[in-house]
Ligand binder design. Structure first.
Ligand code: FDA
Length: 304
């Protein structure tokens, strides 16, 4: 039953018609628990609240799988507006983005052009941009683009997914550019040809990748709500005396706030991923797929 629900949410998350419909009707079904709002102002307010108790943030203007150049340009402009709003408000946040929203599926050149303007804007404001990792079909091109951009900009990093067999080699290869990486389990539905089908294998690989990247001396964002993973990382960091400016923990907006606060109290750097915007549907479906128990939460909101 759980697998069935997971598959339904993952397929819905890729459905363009459902995305359009959701956009038209606004934040619904309790999506507001995971999405900070539809406007920049609401997103900045959410960051202010997080900053007030010591948590920092990464803002994501939601959007993915755009099909026209105009939509891609609009998404790039929103990224720049978000960076400007962060600077104007003086809040502690950087930017996360998805390159399919910048026209990656239209052409790599178009996406690179947008990435360069976004990175130049971030650089002039002393800020950093994280390229989220999307489904497997975009993995290689994402890493290729990161490599190219790193020749011009040092304020960019990406994400590596522990469920992919290739990730260990990718981390080893990315060592030559001292890549700043967010390490995650992986949120998309991938076939067994490319990804570990069993959760236990994903978890074991995740622990291994965290240690590998930390040992390489590169900046490591450990992005998980899994206490076992977090405890394992904390233990390793303590044993190896890894300094606090080499790593951070990251969690998603609205998930395990108790754990976020506890880590801050223990003195760790905690960054919360704060998504906002009208294109919330795909993001929301991935959060439901990760934890089908969340569906009760959706049902409750249907009748509100
Ligand atoms: P796991 O799924 O095992 O969950 C551990 C525990 O966390 C659960 O038992 C539950 O308590 C809680 N939990 C997890 N998900 C929940 C949810 N949706 N609702 C309520 N509770 C939940 N993926 C990707 O493919 N590309 C990317 O770029 C990113 N970026 C990213 C940024 C940040 C900051 C985070 C935290 C995560 C991502 N992810 C991602 C998503 C990631 O791949 C993964 O799907 C989720 O983090 C869930 O995995 P956990 O490591 O939390 O463990």
């Amino acid at each position: 039953m759980e697998t069935l629900m997971r598959n339904v949410f993952q397929s819905l998350g890729k459905n363009a018609a459902a995305h359009k419909l959701a956009k038209r009707y606004g934040l619904r079904f309790g999506a507001g628990r995971f999405v900070a709002g539809e406007t920049i102002r609401q997103a900045i307010e959410a960051v202010r609240t997080l900053n007030a108790d010591g948590r920092i943030a990464t803002l994501d203007h939601l959007g993915e799988f755009v099909s026209s150049e105009a939509e891609a340009r609009e998404a790039a402009e929103m990224c720049i507006k978000t960076l400007e709003a962060i600077a104007e408000a003086g809040v502690n946040a950087n930017l996360s983005l998805k390159m399919t929203s910048l026209g990656l599926d239209i052409s790599k050149e178009l996406c690179m052009q947008h990435m360069r303007s976004i990175l130049a804007c971030a650089k002039s404001r002393g800020n950093f941009v994280r390229i989220d990792m999307e489904d497997y079909s975009h993995c290689q091109v994402t890493l290729d683009i990161l490599r190219e951009l790193r020749q011009e900009y040092d304020n960019v990093g990406t994400v590596i997914q522990a469920y992919l067999y290739r990730s260990e080699q990718d981390i080893r290869d990315l060592n030559d550019i001292r890549a700043n990486l967010r390490l995650v389990k992986g949120a998309y539905k991938e076939p067994a040809e490319v990804a570990f089908p069993d959760k236990a294998d994903v978890d074991a690989n995740y622990k291994k990748l965290i240690k590998l990247h930390l040992d390489n001396g590169n900046y490591t964002a450990i992005a998980s709500h899994d206490e076992q993973i977090i405890e394992d990382a904390k233990r390793y960091i303590r044993e190896r005396g890894i300094p606090g400016d080499r790593f951070e923990f990251q969690m998603l907006y609205g998930i395990r706030e108790d754990l976020q606060r506890r880590l801050v109290q223990e003195g760790y750097k905690v960054r919360v991923y704060v998504p906002y915007g009208v294109d919330w549907f795909g993001y929301f479906m991935r959060r439901l797929a990760e934890r089908p128990a969340n569906v009760w939460f959706v049902l409750k909101n249907l009748f509100k």
